[in-house]
Design a protein around this ligand. Structure first.
Ligand code: GSH
Length: 118
């Protein structure tokens, strides 16, 4: 399933300007979802623990991102990280700064793509 999972993830990331792979009970995921809510950015959220093939999708995410935790966030098809600011060197804690900055740098692309989002 791993090849199928990565293909499915890549397709979803292309279809949806903001993709969040999440688990319903995960506090880091809640922080990311609430951040997008505060920024009024509609994000497509996949709750892996609600899916029969959630484990396979998580394995596919690990192949793509090198990380085995949720959340994993993709903006305009690009992996931007989890809840923390690891990738921007900000260390543990949720990511108003790093995600918000990334969103700001993607504004033009997102505003074009978000119009038909559901
Ligand atoms: N530093 C990570 C922590 C994320 C994390 O620890 N997530 C937990 C769920 S709350 C996780 O994915 N655990 C492994 C798993 O559920 O398979 C982040 O901020 O994104």
């Amino acid at each position: 399933m791993s090849g199928d999972a990565t293909a499915m993830i890549n397709a979803k990331n292309q279809e949806n300007p903001v993709m969040v792979y999440s688990k319903t009970y995960c506090p880091y995921c809640s922080e990311v979802k609430s951040l997008f809510g505060r920024l009024n950015v509609p994000a497509k959220v996949v709750e892996l623990d609600n899916l029969a093939d959630g484990d396979a999708i998580q394995a596919g995410l690990q192949t793509i991102t090198g990380r085995r935790t949720v959340p994993q966030v993709f903006i305009a098809g690009k992996h931007v990280g989890g809840c923390d600011g690891e990738q921007s060197g900000e260390g543990e804690h949720c990511a108003d700064t790093s995600l918000a900055r990334c969103l700001a740098s993607c504004t033009c692309q997102l505003s074009l793509q978000l119009v038909p989002f559901n």
